[in-house]
Ligand binder design. Structure first.
Ligand code: NAD
Length: 316
């Protein structure tokens, strides 16, 4: 039987869908959602919720003890674009929340942790095509620096203290249930909303900026699969490369035009262009495939169909 799970940052883009999926799988009462704010109505109505600050160790410890939590998914963070505006707040949130859960596991108050890293751990000197699991990592953003530091601490806590922490480097995530929270790949969600609402979109990246992306269903499946794998199969305790598809804004626009032929896209790159230029265009995730059988299911055209189908006018 699944022991109780706590999700920190459950009301965000990933946390919302992760909470719903884990509740469908293990039962609503087994999955405690928490955040510093309330989430969508469907999330709030679907099971237990605690207002909880992931930077407050004692508050997390109280909730862990109260519900006899065994697994923690730490989804609270400040994302790439917002972190460039508030560097110290981003560093404090991203690092202190991670230390809190790592230390709870070190003290054997929880058994297992999921903590997401990002393709932002790579930098301008990293090979951009088919970026390997192990390669040059010199991130040039506050967010990337916090994620790379987090990866090193995860591996350290595993090696020194036997902490069972698991992680993937998510690419940009595309979903329709919750809006993204201030990342550099947010255009890939906004574009569908604008295509349906206005028939036009002004993209903040250049037309040919190719980045690794993933549909949310694949990301949630990867996360849950990784958490269910026997520990001995895991050769990486920093964070696994995770790939699915890569495309540019102009390729995404073309895929939308297959369904909405009059859709028009303009391009006004802003500060996020520089962040995107420092990231890989495609990811080699062969280690995740070998170790725990990772296989993506959604390509760009499937993603477009799913996004427009779910966001568009409902047919009777
Ligand atoms: N969405 C992506 O494309 C993407 C890509 C790579 C990695 N990630 C990583 O995945 C994780 C989740 O990302 P997301 O897209 O769901 O982010 P999000 O911004 O949508 O959600 C983060 C949630 O954390 C909450 N939060 C903020 N400060 C908090 C605090 N002190 N205590 C508790 N909760 C707090 C916010 O209210 C929000 O609901 C993050 O670690 C992020 O870096 C996301």
């Amino acid at each position: 039987m699944q022991k109780p799970i706590l999700i920190l940052g459950a009301c965000g883009q990933i946390g919302t869908e992760l909470t719903m999926e884990l509740r469908a799988k293990h039962g609503a009462e087994t999955v405690i959602a928490s955040d510093i704010r309330e989430g969508s109505e469907s999330l709030m109505d679907s099971g237990p919720f605690e207002l909880l600050d992931a930077t407050n160790y004692e508050a997390i410890e109280d909730v862990v003890m109260h519900y006899e939590i065994d697994e923690v998914y730490l989804m609270a963070a400040m994302l790439s674009a917002t972190a460039e505006k508030f560097p110290m707040r981003a560093w404090n949130l991203n690092m202190n929340s991670l230390f809190n859960v790592l230390n709870l596991a070190k003290e054997r108050k929880i058994g297992k942790i999921f903590w997401p890293s990002s393709i932002a751990v790579f930098g301008p000197n990293t090979p951009t095509e088919n970026t390997p699991q192990n390669t040059i990592m010199e991130p040039s953003t506050v967010y990337g620096i916090s994620k790379l530091s987090g990866e090193r601490w995860c591996e350290y806590y595993h090696e020194k203290f036997g902490v069972d922490v698991r992680s993937v480097r998510y690419p940009g995530l595309i979903s329709w249930k919750t809006m993204p929270g201030g990342g550099t790949t947010d255009y890939a969600v906004e574009i569908y909303h604008k295509a349906l609402e206005d028939g036009t979109y002004d993209c903040f990246l250049k037309p040919n900026t190719r980045l690794p992306m993933m549909y949310m269903d694949d990301a949630i499946r990867a996360t849950i699969n990784l958490m269910e794998v026997e520990p001995k199969k895991l050769s990486i305790r920093s964070s696994y490369n995770l790939g699915s598809m890569s495309f540019s804004p102009s390729e995404m626009a073309e895929s939308i035009k297959q369904h909405l032929p009059n859709f028009e896209v303009g391009y006004t790159p802003d500060f996020r262009q520089q962040i995107a230029d420092s990231w890989p265009s495609s990811i080699d995730d062969s280690v995740a495939k070998t170790d725990w059988g990772w296989q993506p299911q959604f390509d760009l055209d499937n993603t477009t169909k799913a996004m427009l189908g779910n966001l568009g006018p409902k047919k009777e």
